[in-house]
Ligand binder design. Sequence first.
Ligand SMILES: C[S@@+](CC[C@H](N)C(=O)[O-])C[C@H]1O[C@@H](n2cnc3c(N)ncnc32)[C@H](O)[C@@H]1O
Length: 232
Amino acid sequence: MDKQKQIVEMFDDIASSYDLANRVLSFGVDVKWRKEGCAKSLERLGRSEGLRVADIACGTGDMILHWQNALGRGCEFVGIDPSEQMLEVAKKKLSNTTFIQAQAQEIPLKSESVDIVSIAYGLRNVCGYQDALKEFYRVLKKGGVLLILEFTHNPSPSLFEKGAKFYTQKILPLIGGLISKNLKAYQYLPNSIEAFASTQELREELEKVGFVNVWSKSYSAKLSTLFLATKE
Ligand SMILES: C[S@@+](CC[C@H](N)C(=O)[O-])C[C@H]1O[C@@H](n2cnc3c(N)ncnc32)[C@H](O)[C@@H]1O
């Protein structure tokens, strides 16, 4: 089976316990990162009404919930994910959202049709993620904003950052494995972080695709990083 198919099947398998595991493993701090991402994107865009937002790799819909809280009237929300089971959970949690089962490498939306594209902890799971960056650029309107939240690879961690890495590599898989009863899925998480781009590499890839004003901020011993970029 190809790698991308295996990844999506893994998310199908853990969908029912995903939200609980997420809150426990992140101690709830991801809420702050998501809120800050929404606020900074809207500041950059300069408006919050009548927007069309596409959340890619939407999973169980947490990022869309944050957009719905942050945005004003007349906004449209589209959630895209290839995992049928993750989408099933999202559909039960969210209203006023259109869901599409699709991959980030081939987004079934018209070019220049979206004001904001977001992807939270999804890009690492996209095989050939550079193709997805091109798709984000294509579907964004001119002036549109891309938000990425991701666990990037840290090639030269400080002593403190090594401690945080120990948590994600050794402790998190055990707790996640217990909650989801799928140890393999939570062993995949630290491995996928190590195999993914560093913050600097991802910034360079965004610029290569044509994004401007690429900005990033790292949180929690550089475990999680928020990226913002604009389509000129
Ligand atoms: C760690 S979850 C993140 C879910 C959600 N965005 C959140 O913030 O909680 C990763 C998601 O990426 C999705 N995914 C995997 N491969 C993908 C692909 N090629 N394109 C888009 N999404 C993908 C999975 O199905 C899963 O829902």
